[in-house]
Design a protein around this ligand. Structure first.
Ligand code: NAD
Ligand code: DAU
Length: 358
């Protein structure tokens, strides 16, 4: 009898690495991390559990059907949790091809491999198997001030190549449940923040630029709104969806923490002023720059269904989560060094060179 296990794809990324660490601490099954190790995948994020007997790593691409099918046949997981994706909106604007390849073709290939494996399981194992697809609130499009938050019934209206490719993957997952009966669940979550986030995303970018005395780039008027959720709370919701979610359903996950971008940036600056004071307040580095093309104005999540059906609650407030996050970046300069490579500097040059400062 083999040990119960799950396969996680994209587990060397921000949310995947947090999820695997939480899984090892809270669950008893083993976890196999299948990751391509793109620029966003960092084995350093899993250093603390790399030698754990219930953890193993497979360097592979979800597009590679044969490799994924062989891994499924060998490890016989009772669940696959799909985090693997290209995840940064600005990169999708500069180069959408990788997003279509991984998010759409990759999810398709993964679903095909999983369908082949699942379809020949015993009746019981078939019923208990889960494919959990980790998606985003961005598939619902953009809200205006005063609009009600996104529910699971909000029609899809993706606006960026990133969100369109995620929407495509969500539709494939839905179709594999509807057509083949694959026991799939999709979660749509709002903006995450916390330890191990790659510093191309707003919060870690602002922390690291501030510490380096560099401009803090705020797109447009800084009044775009995101709903921020601490990453550990997202990981808890995914574990609950796996254990208690109804197959074929989607679950919205959000923090009830709507903030304008400028508010978030000023909050980070205030925490740094207290923890790492410098001659000038960090907010003096704030620089308004040219907006992101097609920039969604507001996201907000109604997580009523996740609370009612999964019994999920966020443990962190924005105040507690952001304080922990800033502290983590201050306390982990080695991890920061491991991601701030030449390739990262090339990206900063590409994304910010022509934005100017207003
Ligand atoms: P990330 O960019 O930090 O990590 C992505 C991981 O996937 C990396 O480890 C990368 O190496 C791996 N990967 C990329 N292409 C791959 C491929 N073809 N095969 C195998 N592995 C591959 O992303 P994240 O922020 O951790 O997001 C994880 C998932 O959660 C994504 O699907 C994203 O759409 C979704 N999501 C993210 C957020 C957020 O705020 N970050 C919010 C909601 C949903
Ligand atoms: O909503 C969930 C999504 O959140 C996830 O699906 C994505 O994977 C994740 O990247 C995130 O997307 P956003 O585009 O909202 O996150 P980002 O951190 O890139 O930007 C947050 C907000 O800050 C957004 O309104 C753009 C703005 N911004 C971003 C950067 C990088 C700035 O003003 N300046 C910046 O330099």
């Amino acid at each position: 009898m083999t040990e119960p296990c799950i396969i996680v794809t994209g587990g060397a990324g921000f949310i995947g690495a947090n999820f695997i660490q939480q899984w090892i601490a809270a669950e008893s099954a083993a976890v196999i991390n299948l990751d391509k190790l793109t620029y966003a995948g960092n084995p350093e994020s899993l250093r603390d559990i790399a030698a754990h007997p219930r953890y193993s790593f497979v360097h592979a691409d979800i597009v590679d059907f044969d490799v994924v099918a062989a891994l499924l046949a060998k490890c016989r997981p009772y669940a696959v949790v799909n985090f693997a994706a290209e995840s940064h909106v600005d990169r999708s604007i500069h180069g959408p091809g990788d997003f279509v390849r991984t998010n759409m073709v990759g999810t398709f290939q993964l679903l095909e491999a999983v369908r082949g494996y699942w379809s020949v399981l015993s009746a019981d194992a078939k019923k208990n198997f889960r494919f959990l697809h980790v998606s985003t609130d961005e598939v619902y499009g953009s809200l205006q001030a005063g609009d009600p938050p996104f529910t699971e019934r909000t029609p899809y209206s993706p606006n960026s190549p990133y969100s369109a490719s995620k929407a495509g993957s969500d539709h494939l997952v839905r179709a594999y449940h509807h057509t083949y009966g694959l026991p799939a669940i999709t979660t749509n979550c709002s903006n995450n923040y916390g330890p191990y986030q790659f510093p191309e995303k707003l919060i870690p970018l602002i922390i690291l630029n501030a510490l380096a005395g560099k401009p803090l780039p705020v797109y447009g008027d800084g009044m775009n709104v995101r709903d921020w959720l601490y990453v550990g709370d997202h990981c808890t919701a995914i574990r609950l969806a796996l254990a208690r979610g109804r197959v074929g359903e989607t679950y919205n996950i959000g923090g009830d923490n709507e903030r304008t971008n400028i508010e978030v940036v000023r909050t980070v600056c205030k925490i740094l002023d207290a923890q790492r004071p410098q001659a000038q307040p960090y907010a003096s580095l704030i620089t308004f720059v040219t907006d992101r093309p097609g920039h969604d104005r507001r996201y907000a999540i109604d997580a009523t269904k996740s609370r009612a059906e999964l019994g999920w609650r966020a443990a962190e407030t924005f105040a507690s989560g952001i304080a922990k996050t800033v502290r983590w970046y201050l306390d982990n300069p080695d991890w920061v060094q491991s991601v701030v490579t030449g390739a990262y500097r090339t990206w900063l040059e590409k994304n910010y060179r022509d934005r100017g400062g207003r």
